[in-house]
Structures are given as structure tokens and as C-alpha cells.
Design a protein around this ligand. Structure first.
Ligand code: URA
Length: 186
């Protein structure tokens, strides 16, 4: 089936492919510019996202917004989505079968958006999209070329809330993302 962004969002809103369909308040499809050159992919919705249906609106999202602002990237210009579209109970890590059930939505989003740069927010997205043995502490900020996309991973903003000492490295990674975007989009 050939999806448009609208029909894909609708399918996601009605999805019951895994058990999280029964416990979610809202599915969290994604937000932003559907023609973005830069796409961020997080892990899974948290409490605020589950309630609002919008990714990265809670505390971690507000911190992400600060980093975007710091490197002069407008949140409206990028696209933000997650590996899982529904909140796992008590924000536990996604289960492999949940990722497997859900990943097709993200694939279709990437196909429709055709970003140039994909940034994984945290190790869960990096392990799924870059490589299964991705080590976020060692490999954040490293660039990978995969499927025609420039890909990298940065610390998850929730990790920065737990350990603010990582914020300096995050800022450097975000500056490099700004530069990569400039190089690939021009
Ligand atoms: N954490 C994520 O990984 N995604 C969200 O949308 C919110 C918090």
C-alpha cells in the first residue's frame, strides 16, 4: 500500500499491531516539516507525549528545543519522530517485538520525508537505525553513511537531564549537525 503522510498518520492512530495499542492515550506519530532535510528520531513517547500526541514536549523535549535554539535550528524546519509510536508503561525500554511491529511506520516516514541527515536521539534509536552494537558514550557524534543518509547519534536529552555534564558534548555534536546540514543541503 502506498501511503501519504495523512493515511500513514491515520493508520498509526488506529494501530493495534502490538500490546501498547491497548494502554496508550494517544499514538505519537511525528511532527514538523514533512519535507525536512533534518530528521530526529527518539525512543518512544513519555507521559506528556502520550497525553498530547506530540513527540518531545515534556522536560526532555524542552531541553532538546534549547539545543536546537543554541545552534540556530528552528524546530518547525525539522521533523521529529520516535522508534515507537506508543508509550511503554512506566517508560520502560521498548521490547524487540514492539520495535518490530512499529518500525514500518518510521520507514514509511523516512521514505516520504526523504531527509538528508538523520539524527538518533539516544542509544535505543542508534542501535535500531545505525547498528545493533552502537555505544552511545563512545560513538555519539560519529557520522555514518547508510542508505543514502548521513546518520549520527547524540545523547538522549533525558540522559542530559540525569547527567548535565554531558551537555557540553551535546552542544558540540549539535554544532556538527548544523554544519553537516549546511554541507549536504547546499
Ligand atoms: N523521549 C523520547 O524518546 N521521545 C519522546 O517523544 C519523548 C521523550
Amino acid at each position: 500500500m502506498e501511503y501519504t503522510m495523512e493515511t500513514l498518520a491515520q493508520a498509526c492512530a488506529e494501530c493495534q499491531k502490538c500490546a501498547l495499542g491497548a494502554t496508550r492515550t494517544k499514538s505519537v506519530f511525528g511532527t514538523g516539516n514533512p519535507h525536512a532535510d533534518l530528521m530526529f528520531v527518539g525512543e518512544a513517547p513519555g507521559e506528556q507525549e502520550d497525553l498530547s500526541g506530540i513527540p518531545f514536549v515534556g522536560r526532555a523535549g524542552q531541553l532538546l528545543d534549547k539545543f536546537l535554539y543554541a545552534v540556530d535550528i528552528d524546530r518547525k524546519d525539522v521533523y521529529i519522530a520516535n522508534i515507537l509510536k506508543c508509550r511503554p508503561p512506566k517508560n520502560r525500554d521498548p521490547l524487540p517485538e514492539e520495535e518490530d511491529a512499529c518500525i514500518g511506520y518510521l520507514r514509511e516516514q523516512v521514505r516520504l520525508i526523504r531527509p538528508k541527515v538523520i539524527v538518533c536521539l539516544g542509544r535505543i534509536a542508534a542501535m535500531r537505525l545505525i547498528k545493533p552494537d552502537f555505544k552511545i558514550t563512545k560513538e555519539h557524534g560519529t557520522w555514518f553513511e547508510k542508505g543514502g543518509f548521513a546518520m549520527t547519534a547524540v545523547y538522549h536529552p533525558a540522559a542530559l537531564l540525569r547527567d548535565p555534564r554531558k551537555k557540553e558534548e551535546m552542544l558540540e555534536d549539535m554544532k556538527a549537525i548544523r554544519q553537516k546540514l549546511y554541507e549536504t543541503a547546499n
